[in-house]
Design a binder for this molecule. Structure first.
Ligand SMILES: Nc1nc2c(ncn2[C@@H]2O[C@H](COP(=O)(O)OP(=O)(O)OP(=O)(O)O)[C@@H](O)[C@H]2O)c(=O)[nH]1
Ligand SMILES: [Mg+2]
Length: 238
C-alpha cells in the first residue's frame, strides 16, 4: 500500500495479545435467545432441533481449527472452545480469535438452519446473533475447573428447567406455582418432585439435555459425565 499522509492513523489501532502459555477459551452465547426461541417456537425446556443445530455449528468450528483445539463444550445457546495453551493462532490476538470464531459459528447457524428447521424459514426480523469473548486460564487445574463449571451449570439448569416445565405442562401448575414449589429445593428434592408429581424419572431424560454436548478435536459429539472424565479429556495437553 502506498504511503500517504493519512497513514499515521494506523498508530491508533491497538492489539490485545493474550498471555502466552495460557489456555484460551473462546465462549460464544446467543443474543436474546429467550426471544429468539419464543419466536421460532422452540420446545421447552429443550428443543432437540435447536441443540443439534448448535452442535453441528460447533463441530464445524472445531474441525476448522482442529490443530489448535483441545475440546469444545456446549449447552443451551452457548459454546466454549478450549484451545491448546501453546497455540499461536492469529498470534493470540483476542479480537481476531473471538470475532472469527463467532462469525464462523453464526454463518454456520444460518446456513444449517433449514436442515434442522425444514418447515420454519428464518425471518429477517429475528436473525440469530451471538456474543463472544476470550478468557485465558493459567494452568491445567483451572481449565479443568472451567469445563467442570460449565458441565455442572448444565446439570443444575436442566434439572430446574425440566422440573419447572413439567410441573406446568403435566401437572397444570402456573409458572408462579411451579417456581414456588421449587424454591429452596436441592437436586434430590427436584428429582423426587419430578418422579412423584409428574411421573418422570430424571435419569431417563435424554443424555444431551442432562449432560450437554462435548466435541472432541476429531469432531465426535459426546454426551458424557465431564467431571468423571475430566483428566482423560486433557491427557497430552498439559
Ligand atoms: N425453549 C427453549 N429455549 C431455549 C433453548 N435453548 C436456549 N433457550 C433460551 O435461550 C436462553 C439462554 O439464556 P441466556 O443466554 O441467559 O438468555 P438470552 O435471552 O440469550 O440473553 P443474552 O445472552 O444476555 O442476550 C434460555 O433462557 C432460553 O430462554 C431450548 O432448547 N428451548
Ligand atoms: Mg444468550
Amino acid at each position: 500500500m502506498a504511503n500517504s499522509r493519512f497513514e499515521y492513523v494506523k498508530q491508533f489501532e491497538t492489539h490485545d495479545t493474550l498471555l502466552p502459555q495460557t489456555y484460551i477459551v473462546v465462549r460464544i452465547d446467543g443474543k436474546k435467545f429467550h426471544e429468539f426461541s419464543k419466536f421460532y417456537d422452540f420446545a421447552k425446556p429443550n428443543d432437540e432441533r435447536a441443540l443439534k443445530l448448535m452442535n453441528a455449528c460447533a463441530k464445524n468450528v472445531v474441525l476448522h481449527y482442529k490443530t489448535d483445539m483441545i475440546v469444545a463444550f456446549g449447552e443451551s445457546d452457548e459454546y466454549s472452545f478450549i484451545l491448546k495453551k501453546d497455540t499461536t493462532l492469529y498470534r493470540r490476538r483476542s479480537e481476531k480469535l473471538s470475532t472469527l470464531f463467532v462469525s464462523l459459528f453464526t454463518s454456520n447457524y444460518v446456513a444449517l438452519w433449514p436442515k434442522f428447521f425444514p418447515d420454519t424459514p428464518l425471518n429477517h426480523k429475528y436473525l440469530p446473533f451471538f456474543d463472544s469473548r476470550c478468557v485465558v486460564y493459567p494452568n491445567i487445574q483451572i481449565i479443568k475447573d472451567y469445563l467442570s463449571w460449565r458441565f455442572v451449570d448444565t446439570h443444575i439448569n436442566n434439572l430446574y428447567n425440566t422440573a419447572f416445565w413439567q410441573l406446568i405442562q403435566i401437572c397444570g401448575l402456573t409458572a408462579q406455582e411451579a417456581e414456588k414449589k421449587l424454591m429452596g429445593t436441592f437436586s434430590n428434592d427436584k428429582q423426587e418432585i419430578l418422579f412423584t408429581e409428574c411421573g418422570i424419572n430424571y435419569n431417563n431424560e435424554p443424555e444431551m439435555y442432562k449432560k450437554g454436548s462435548l466435541i472432541t478435536r476429531k469432531g465426535e459429539i459426546l454426551h458424557i459425565d465431564v467431571i468423571k472424565q475430566i483428566n482423560e479429556l486433557f491427557v497430552g495437553f498439559e
